[in-house]
Design a protein around this ligand. Structure first.
Ligand code: SR1
Length: 344
């Protein structure tokens, strides 16, 4: 053991020297491992599991200790999770979704205590917070316009929507603005639920809406759990109704490419990429860097026809055929690359 001491010392010196050479920030060098809390409102479904995977992988590769909380849609639990993270004096908190009224005071408490805060899908007025989102206005526009053009400007449609979720409110705001210009497209009704069984509940609600409105031709369902529920109801009743969604995953791709699937288009980003970007944002704030207040991830419209024509059956295929879904280096820095090579 004694004989090994000089070797170990040399090794430590080499690591320190290479950290300095790459300008790895003090918070991440010399054995320092920042702690980041991930406080989530929702965790069920493909979107959220892909997002979490992306965040956890990125944290691991940067040597970040990540503590994850999940409120399962319970706002009081989310508030208490946030409070715990603040009390534990973590270096940064990533807040994933959440109601503004519940989370805004807690976000301010965290930034006031010197904790760096990044949000995903939660708008806040605190200027110290970096807010990450998919460009939900673009998502809403892409999928609304695809539906309106498929309808050729005429026909009955339904909308699946639940208020109080930042991304859903933004997508609906675009739909509301655009639809005024298409007076021959009529809205039969709006329904929706966000719960631990969103798909099942939306399926039941859609079944009732289809029976009440036999001439409905399209359903705008801008969240994959909504689209899955709506398409299940349409398929069960064997109706000629097209479903327009948001989000994508391997399971969503399978649902879209299934024979006769009514889910014909989705506006989406790669959720794993967003999770990684959120962690990089938190890491850079912990490193003392200043970031832009808003980081937007741009969506892409994916049609069933594209998936079928290009033989896309999973997310890996999609990343290959549509580079927008491949791993992004958004917010990446040279010091992060150096840090990653140390943790490989
Ligand atoms: C209930 S909010 C669901 C949405 O959050 C993310 O923005 C996903 O895109 C999903 O559609």
């Amino acid at each position: 053991m004694k004989a090994l001491r000089p070797v170990l010392a040399l090794l430590a010196l080499t690591v320190l020297a290479s950290a300095a050479a790459q300008n790895i920030p003090a918070a991440f060098s010399g054995g320092n491992q920042p702690t980041v809390a991930l406080v989530r409102q929702l965790c069920t479904g493909d979107f959220f599991s892909q997002w979490l995977n992306g965040a956890q992988n990125e944290a691991k590769s940067l040597g970040i200790k990540m503590v994850t909380y999940c409120a399962n849609g319970d706002d009081a639990k989310m508030a208490s999770d946030m409070q715990i993270a603040i009390t534990q004096k973590v270096d940064a908190i990533i807040v994933d979704h959440g109601r503004d009224a519940t989370m805004a005071p807690l976000v301010q408490r965290a930034t006031g205590a010197g904790i760096k805060v990044v949000t995903f899908d939660l708008s806040t007025t605190d200027p110290a917070v970096v807010q990450i989102a998919q460009n939900d206005f673009s998502m809403g526009l892409q999928i609304t316009m695809k539906m309106l053009s498929d309808l050729n400007g005429t026909g009955e449609m339904g909308l699946v929507y639940v208020g109080g979720f930042d991304p859903l409110d933004k997508r609906k705001a675009v739909f509301d603005a655009v639809r005024k210009f298409y007076p021959n497209v009529t809205l039969d009704g709006t329904w929706g639920t966000v719960s631990s069984n969103t798909v099942g509940e939306v399926e039941s609600q859609t079944s009732a809406a289809l029976l009440a409105h036999p001439n409905m031709k399209a359903i705008l369902a801008p969240y994959d759990a909504f689209a899955l529920g709506a398409m299940n109801a349409v398929s069960r009743q064997n109706k000629d109704v097209k479903v327009y969604g948001c989000d994508i995953s391997t399971a969503d791709i399978q649902a879209m490419i299934a024979a006769g699937s009514p889910w014909v288009a989705t506006a989406a980003t790669n959720p794993a990429n967003i999770g990684s970007v959120a962690v990089r944002a938190a890491a850079r704030l912990v490193a003392g860097e200043t970031l832009p207040r808003y980081v937007l991830i741009e969506p892409t419209l994916v049609t069933r026809a594209f998936l079928v024509d290009n033989n896309v059956t999973n997310m890996a295929d999609l990343s290959q055929k549509m580079p927008a879904f491949a791993t992004t280096d958004e917010l990446m820095t040279p010091w992060m690359s150096a840090l990653k090579s140390q943790h490989m």
